[in-house]
Ligand binder design. Structure first.
Ligand SMILES: [Cu+2]
Length: 249
């Protein structure tokens, strides 16, 4: 028979283990709650977007291959970009990983416009975006910042640019897509992604900005990269592809 002392020692161990078990269960239920932020509530907020070309759009069009923005979720999974949640009054650190490439002869609010506004970086900290990768390709000499022009790209810092140029040789803006945020129809942020002329595509763009009004914004790409309607149908007109809302809370 157990002594009284041993008995109470066992009871104590059972209670402690039970408590740990409860703690683990509680912790687990917390960790399955929706993650709305990848950083603390006061520090910079990180948003990573991926542009994937050639996504299957639908069977009703000959242009099946449509480009789309995706949000990279907290565990690395790709999520819809139809509705992007961003905090107000906090530094947003945006990284766009663009697997697409190619210049565009048209840029702006319709399929025939050629509006250089959308080739400019607007609304970011310092008025610049930082380009990584894709920068060793030949581009218009008006943007002298690539290896063929003997300009040094500082590793780890990217290449700060305030606009992307027109490329005479390729006959288009060196912009593959834009991530443009509008509030009441006005451009708040415009971040063009770099086209380069790398046939395999790919460039990474980093930019920082603040959104200081809570409420619903619109995001839209301004390179007519969809099908039909001079490029403004398909992906360009479908939430979660080349347009969507930004909810600032
Ligand atoms: Cu686009």
């Amino acid at each position: 028979m157990l002594s009284e002392k041993t008995f109470y020692a066992i009871i104590t161990v059972v209670i402690i283990l039970g408590g740990i078990g409860l703690g683990v269960a509680y912790e687990k239920s917390l960790s399955t709650a929706p993650v709305t932020s990848t950083t603390s509530s006061t520090g910079p907020y990180s948003l990573t977007l991926v542009i994937s070309p050639n996504n299957w759009f639908n069977n009703a069009t000959i242009h099946h291959r449509q480009p789309a923005y995706f949000v990279v979720g907290p565990n690395g999974q790709l999520e819809s970009s139809a509705k992007i949640m961003l905090p107000a009054h906090r530094l947003i650190q945006l990284t766009i990983i663009d697997y697409d490439s190619g210049v565009t002869p048209n840029i702006g609010p319709n399929g025939t416009s050629n509006n250089s506004t959308y080739a400019h970086v607007i609304g970011t900290v310092g008025g610049v975006e930082y380009l990584y990768n894709g920068t060793s390709q030949f581009i218009n000499a008006t943007l002298s910042g690539n290896a063929s022009d003997n300009i040094t790209i500082i590793k780890g810092e990217g290449w700060a640019i305030s606009q992307l140029p027109w490329n005479n040789t390729l006959g288009g803006w060196e912009v593959t897509h834009t991530f443009t945020i509008l509030y009441n129809g006005q451009i708040v942020v415009n971040i063009p992604t770099f086209a380069g002329n790398n046939p395999s595509g790919g460039a990474v763009t980093f930019a920082q900005f603040y959104l200081n009004n809570t409420g619903n914004y619109v995001w839209q790409c301004y390179v007519p990269c969809g099908d039909e309607l001079n490029g403004w149908g398909g992906a360009m007109a479908t939430a979660g592809w080349m347009t969507g809302v930004v909810v600032v809370y």
